[in-house]
Design a protein around this ligand. Structure first.
Ligand SMILES: NC(=O)c1ccc[n+]([C@@H]2O[C@H](COP(=O)([O-])OP(=O)(O)OC[C@H]3O[C@@H](n4cnc5c(N)ncnc54)[C@H](OP(=O)(O)O)[C@@H]3O)[C@@H](O)[C@H]2O)c1
Length: 303
């Protein structure tokens, strides 16, 4: 039996790299941005007709949250229009689409973790572009999963974990926001969950019908919750065991309010996402954010 051909966008990104490592038994098509620019709808159509994948996985996105405020056209093109085009093509070709979204579709005013049915109310351009992408995917494609995640980290790309590891080697003190809550989520946790969700479906029809039967939105994050300050303290405490020198102890990591750290894009105060629907539907058990972080830092070069 031939292996399914899976188009993986953004394969150089955090989630893209983790998926490329994790998905076995499939032939991955991993175009670089120079081969497939998601900002060009006609190029997407051409590429799909040429490559004829059996499944599309789309972690590619315009992810610079602050820059999106002044580059809304680019953010909308890549986060809203490109997913619509991919979803329409998936529908036309009779294949499934796995798309990714974000906690930033919410305004963070809810005191509890958000569930999938909660109303979206993004505070910034990035969040609006991702929300529009979600709506487009669900409008266009019957066999679609949208996986909302939060605060992604890995050894690759730019993320809060790597920023703290760098600054903790350069500074004598760090001021970190302590009034925004969420779950740091390792890219590998996301890739493991996607592999689990796909199960043993290993050809086009089985893949498509598995996704169609369980279509919709799912929250996919590590378990538990923290704030950026507490997360930074965990990282600093772990550095000696990683063989990294730092003049800091956790006591040198000072909590500040978000108001004292102005950014171009406003961010939600509460980014916590309830993952019950995912665990109930697929029987997935997700690690706590502390467990995943410990595992990632324990073998950071391979993470
Ligand atoms: N990062 C987070 O904390 C976070 C939180 C919640 C949700 N999410 C969502 O999770 C998903 C994965 O995020 P991530 O952190 O893995 O993203 P990432 O590391 O920033 O990677 C994004 C990828 O998208 C590609 N890309 C951007 N514009 C493109 C274009 N015009 N054409 C083709 N490729 C393009 C990038 O290509 P290049 O390699 O060429 O730059 C990169 O490989 C995204 O949907 C994101 O919105 C992320």
């Amino acid at each position: 039996m031939s292996r399914p051909r899976v188009l993986l966008t953004g394969a150089a990104g955090q989630v893209g790299q983790a998926l490329a490592r994790r998905l076995d038994g499939v032939d991955l098509i991993t175009p670089a941005r120079t081969e497939l620019d998601l900002g060009d709808p006609a190029a997407i159509v051409r590429y799909l007709h040429q490559t004829r994948p059996d499944l599309i996985i789309n972690p590619a996105a315009y992810t610079d949250v602050d820059k999106a405020e002044s580059h809304s056209e680019a953010a909308m093109a890549i986060n809203a229009l490109a997913p619509r085009v991919l979803a329409r093509l998936a529908q036309d070709h009779g294949i499934g689409l796995i798309h990714f979204s974000t906690d930033y579709v919410f305004d963070g005013a809810r005191p509890e973790p958000y569930v999938e049915t909660d109303a979206t109310a993004p505070l910034n351009v990035y969040g609006r572009s991702k929300r529009d992408g979600e709506v487009a995917v669900l409008e266009e494609c019957e066999a679609a999963w949208i996986l909302r995640t939060s605060w992604i980290y890995s050894a690759h790309g730019s993320n809060f974990l790597k920023t703290v590891l760098r600054l903790a080697q350069q500074r004598k003190q760090l001021n970190i926001v302590a009034d925004q809550w969420g779950a740091p989520t390792w890219a590998r946790t996301i890739a493991d969950a996607v592999a689990h969700m796909l199960g043993h479906a290993h050809e086009r029809t089985a893949l498509t019908s598995r996704i169609r039967q369980t279509r919709g939105l799912y929250h996919l994050t590590a378990g538990g919750a923290t704030n950026w300050h507490d997360y930074a303290c965990h990282i600093v405490r772990a550095m000696p065991a990683m063989g990294l020198q730092t003049p800091l102890t956790a006591a040198d990591v000072l909590p500040i309010p978000a108001a004292a750290y102005p950014t171009a894009a406003a961010r939600p105060r509460n980014s916590r996402l309830c993952t019950d629907k995912l665990t109930r539907t697929f029987g997935i058990s997700l690690p706590t954010w502390e467990q995943a972080l410990q595992e990632c830092l324990g073998d950071f070069d391979q993470a």
